[in-house]
Ligand binder design. Structure first.
Ligand code: ZN
Length: 63
């Protein structure tokens, strides 16, 4: 079985993400390559910004 990037294929390229152990197995599965993963994550961060660290709590409130 061979895994190819669905996003790359949509753009007219065929990028193999992972090749199976048996070269005569012509089954194709779909996945996502590193480049498209990074692009997708950056697009998601536009709508869901990464969490910022919690503000420091003054010592007077924790004592
Ligand atoms: Zn891709």
């Amino acid at each position: 079985m061979k895994t190819i990037c669905a996003w790359c294929e949509h753009e007219g390229r065929r990028v193999t993400v992972a090749a199976g152990d048996q070269p005569d197995d012509l089954t194709i599965s779909y996945g996502i390559c590193d480049q498209h993963t990074a692009r997708l994550v950056s697009q998601l961060h536009r709508y869901f910004p990464p969490r910022k660290p919690a503000p420091n709590v003054p010592d007077t409130l924790t004592a």
